[in-house]
Design a protein around this ligand. Structure first.
Ligand code: URP
Ligand code: ZN
Ligand code: ZN
Length: 461
């Protein structure tokens, strides 16, 4: 089965160029001068469109147990929504419970995702119980293609790791070539601020942000960087939200340390003002780290331009407003932390191109190419090139759309971007050569997505 995508502008991280893309089976057979190929079983007209490598969302949480409930997208619904938005690979998190083995956890997540994903997927591992066994098991995880381990400086009593535990895990990461991913917020101090706020009767959702000030993200980021420097481990700061944390990452990178960071669309487009919406609506925006005052956004866009922020992932972790976010009425600390977003990352970042914040090629780099290199998937993913998987997005840069819960495909009853008008729209999506979205309809299949056994971080070798 040969598919020809004809007449478009291919956009790779190296820049845009006019080219036709020939797909043979599951892979890209050729990227050729326009008009060179005419013979194919199917022709997709991409005139006036971009042809992009499928997006890679390196941070999602499908059906994740959290706060006494579970995120509302399953691997089936969440990966279908990802495909609608031009994301053809997700890297989700297997979550080690206290006392559980890492390998049993990995098996459990394979059971959850296997046969259900519409697009390709992989896993990071959340390490919440550092002990001799789990440290040894990190080696087996790396051998099984899961070579990135998320740790938490937040959430005491749940996922929290002490500095000593982090040091031990980083030492093992250094030995195995693995990456430590860090949720960098000072959870011990935050818990005190939360207790004080509740005791004072400050219970509305906005206090979620006010009790997690950016100084405590900056401090934890700095501390994580110091621990990484001492152990020699590479470090990837997840969901960076503030200039305080960005300053720490920038200083580390300038000194030559292997420190990387991602931010998320919610920190680029939303702010603490959204958390202060009346009638408990602010609960829709509760995530950690929290939304910040809007002036942080300028610094985050700058960080994306200077490559101090290398990746944009969504941290997609949806909870319905009805029945889930509502668990925290009268006590913001009981609102499940997380926001939906897997469907809109590519479109929202395209607004950065429209507004002149980032270039066209940088858009592709932060949403596909760098995540592929960072997490050992390049050049199989993240580039439109011969031999790569035919994960392709035909993108109309002039179409307009309005985001809404009424039209999105994520299994969640609200949109964090309700009513936002966007320029640009995903038109056609191929996953390993199969059309999954076209003509405003879903043509994908639950179970089409395959597990991706990942190589080590390609910036370190
Ligand atoms: O609020 C968030 N970010 N929820 C998802 C879990 C995490 O910390 O990434
Ligand atoms: Zn986190
Ligand atoms: Zn997360």
């Amino acid at each position: 089965m040969r598919t020809l995508i004809r007449g478009g502008t291919v956009v790779n991280s190296g820049g845009p160029f006019p080219a036709d893309v020939l797909v043979d089976g599951e892979t890209i057979a050729a990227v050729a001068a326009p008009g060179l190929f005419t013979d194919a079983d199917t022709v997709i007209d991409a005139t006036g469109r971009y042809v992009l490598p499928g997006g890679i969302d390196a941070h999602t949480h499908m059906e994740m147990p959290f706060g006494g409930t579970s995120s509302s997208d399953t691997f089936a619904t969440g990966t279908a929504a990802a495909a609608w938005g031009g994301t053809t690979t997700i890297i989700d998190f297997a979550v080690q419970a206290k006392g559980a083995s890492l390998l049993a956890t990995l098996d459990r997540w394979h059971e959850k995702a296997g046969g259900h994903c519409a697009v390709d997927y992989s896993f990071h591992m959340i390490v919440s119980d550092v002990n001799d066994t789990s440290l040894k098991e990190m080696e087996s995880c790396v051998a099984a293609g899961v070579n990135s381990f998320k740790m938490f400086m937040a959430y005491p009593g749940v996922f929290y790791a002490t500095d000593g535990e982090i040091l031990r895990a980083m030492t093992k990461a250094r030995e195995t070539g693995a990456m430590v991913m860090m949720h960098a917020e000072n959870g011990i101090a935050i818990d005190q601020l939360v207790a004080q706020a509740l005791a004072d009767g400050r219970t509305d959702p906005v206090h979620h942000s006010l009790t997690r000030p950016p100084e405590l993200e900056g401090e934890a980021t700095h501390r994580a960087i110091a621990l990484a420097a001492v152990t020699g481990a590479p470090l990837y700061i997840v969901h960076l939200s503030s200039r305080h944390a960005l300053d720490a990452v920038t200083a580390a990178r300038d000194s030559g340390q292997n420190v990387f960071a991602e931010t998320c669309p919610q920190y680029l487009f939303l702010s603490i003002e959204d958390m202060a919406r009346p009638d408990f609506e602010g609960a829709k925006f509760v995530c950690s780290p929290p939304l910040r005052p809007a002036d942080h956004q300028l610094d985050l866009w700058r960080g994306l331009r200077t490559n101090d922020l290398s990746v944009v992932s969504t941290d997609h972790c949806p909870f319905c407003f009805a029945g889930q976010k509502e668990l925290g009425r009268g006590d913001f600390s009981r609102i499940p932390n997380g926001m939906p977003g897997v469907e809109h990352r590519m479109d929202l970042l395209h607004q950065g191109v429209v507004r002149g914040e980032i270039s066209l090629s940088r858009w592709v780099e932060i949403s596909a190419t760098t995540p592929a290199r960072m997490f050992g998937l390049y050049p199989r993913k993240g580039v439109v090139a011969p031999g790569s998987d035919a994960d392709l997005v035909v993108y109309d840069p002039t179409a307009t759309q309005v985001l809404s819960a009424a039209t999105h495909h994520m299994n969640v009853d609200y949109s964090a971007y309700e009513g936002m008008e966007l320029v640009g729209r995903v038109e056609t999506v191929l996953s390993r050569g199969s059309v999954v979205v076209a003509d405003g309809a879903f043509h994908g299949r639950e179970g089409h997505g395959r597990f991706l056994d990942r190589d080590l971080c390609q910036y370190l070798r």
